[in-house]
Design a protein around this ligand. Structure first.
Ligand code: 5GP
Ligand code: ZN
Length: 152
């Protein structure tokens, strides 16, 4: 529980919420300002900020819960599709610094558009970006993993 964290307060019941699901690790509630009817947030019960400081134990459980709730929400509001979104850090649009996954039901013609590619990357730009990321992967993140098998 972090001081003055809105989502910690929802978890303890200090702030009311339209909960749709709860287990030992997660609470799922309707978003207070929904993009579309049924827009929900999957909120881990322990406080951490986002994907960058997420405990492995919780990240391993996110896939199954997101799948179940996505199916339930899509059926529950008779949506045509659904976006799964996580905003990580302010530059990516994260406003509440307690990790959460948005489940956003989508309806044909609802008018929301996705971001568009800027275009203009040259093959050299792609190769530079590829190398920068692969360097980090090879040297830090997946040191002991099967991903070492990718071209270096
Ligand atoms: P973020 O930009 O951090 O990914 O999204 C935060 C989301 O939390 C927003 O969609 C916002 O509407 C929602 N939100 C903020 N305060 C509350 C609240 O008190 N209750 C609920 N249910 N949702 C909230
Ligand atoms: Zn919190």
């Amino acid at each position: 529980m972090a001081n003055n964290c809105i989502f910690c307060k929802i978890i303890t019941g200090e702030i009311p919420a339209y909960k749709i699901y709860e287990d030992n690790d997660f609470l799922v509630t309707l978003d207070i300002n929904p993009v579309n009817q049924g827009h929900s947030l999957v909120i881990p019960k322990i406080h951490f900020v986002n994907i960058f400081d997420a405990p492995e134990e919780i990240t391993a459980k996110i896939g199954p819960i997101v799948k179940k709730l996505a199916q339930a929400i899509k059926a529950g509001v008779k949506a045509d599709g659904l976006n799964v979104v996580i905003n990580n850090d302010q530059a990516a649009g994260q406003l509440v610094p307690h990790a959460h996954v948005h489940l956003i039901p989508r309806f044909e013609g609802d008018g929301f558009t996705h971001w568009h590619g800027k275009g203009g990357e040259t093959p050299a730009d792609f190769a530079n970006t590829q190398n920068s990321i692969k360097k980090v992967i090879l040297s830090h993140i997946f040191q002991d993993s099967i991903l070492l098998a990718i071209d270096s």
